[in-house]
Design a protein around this ligand. Sequence first.
Ligand SMILES: Cc1ncc(COP(=O)(O)O)c(C=O)c1O
Ligand SMILES: N[C@@H](CCOP(=O)(O)O)C(=O)O
Length: 431
Amino acid sequence: MTYYSLNRKAPETTFKDAVIRGLAPDKGLYFPKEISPLPKAFFATIAHKTNHEIAFEAIKQFVGTEIPEPILKSIIEETLNFNFPIINLNDQISILELFHGQTMAFKDVGARFMARCLGFFNRNNNNEVTVLVATSGDTGGAVANGFLGVKGVNVVILYPSGKVSKIQEKQLTTLGKNITAIEVDGVFDDCQDMVKRAFVDTDLTSTMQLTSANSINIARWLPQLFYYLFAYKALKPKYDDIVFCVPSGNYGNICAGMVAQKLGLPVEHFVAANNANDAVVRYMDTKTYNPKPSMATLSNAMDVGNPSNFVRIQELYNNSFEDLKSHLSTFSFSDTETEGAILELFNAHNYIADPHGAIGYLGAKAYLKKNPKAHTVVLETAHPTKFLDVVKRVIQNKVEIPVQIRAIMDKPKSSIKIATYKELKALLLES
Ligand SMILES: Cc1ncc(COP(=O)(O)O)c(C=O)c1O
Ligand SMILES: N[C@@H](CCOP(=O)(O)O)C(=O)O
């Protein structure tokens, strides 16, 4: 598979090179040159396939021949070593739980897949790769866990100081070894901008191999399309055309769902549900893209002012506003509405949602007002205990803490505080 830069000022390249680079030399995101639909028989027989078979069939065209098929199969088996259950609330709404992995957020799939691809590409190479990641909460923990101990890879995670939950912070600051956490005096967008700046800083790129483990990187972004196929497999006998409601921040997850649709997955519509960080919602209303600095909310992992994957979404719909509008509805919700949704899900359905899933649920309800016959699938993107303080306060009830979270709660935090790009650069150069 060939990839091109969405800034169209860099040479086309291979899967391997795009994964190793992360961002194209012209600062553009890489995008697949072709997306070939899977055979109709794939979808007709999906109920008889395992998740590993589905994932392999779906991803292999994007990887091409650069990872031999038996190795790609084992990467998929190691990546997808947990379940993706669907909880049916009623005839209009199901919840797809994506939080049963190692760090209890949907990022585990992309992080584990990318770590293994990079490990394979680096197998005979003595040069070290530095993976830079910006996180608003969950990517950092998933990447730290996924890359822990991977040979020849150093991971540097930038997160906005005081703007991630206590448990998220523990997940990215307590592992040590090849993982370094950097606490930035700023918001998520400052972290993401520093990472993007580092990739085109020749003082750095001439002395070290840098890559990204954000959804900028195709190996982190594309495996997220598996979730949509798994939901279809589970619901197909009952509901053929699904509306996916995706709590969205950097828009990588929903964009991967749109790639699944290009592969032939029957999808009736996509709903992007946002918190107060609503750049795309405003764009869909006004046709003007006017990103603003991110604001802190209860659904902190979605506190993204300028979603990096929005350019990929536009490309998927040929940069046509009308085409995009016919596939995507967007809504934004306040913290008060988020709390109301957590409470409603608990009282009416005995379901404990995290603030991100609660926003997805509100998106589903908003869409159902327009189209009550639809069946919506809400992507529940993180386990509620990752946001223990909020969830306990709202439902006024005990929340059971899973073993993955208990294991890190008392570990000491280790991070380096910085405020500027200059400090980041100095740290990277001396490492
Ligand atoms: C729990 C949770 N929900 C939703 C999102 C938003 O996903 P995306 O950035 O792919 O839009 C994130 C972060 O990315 C997250 O961690
Ligand atoms: N919500 C994310 C922000 C980064 O998103 P990514 O998918 O581009 O890595 C987070 O939790 O860090």
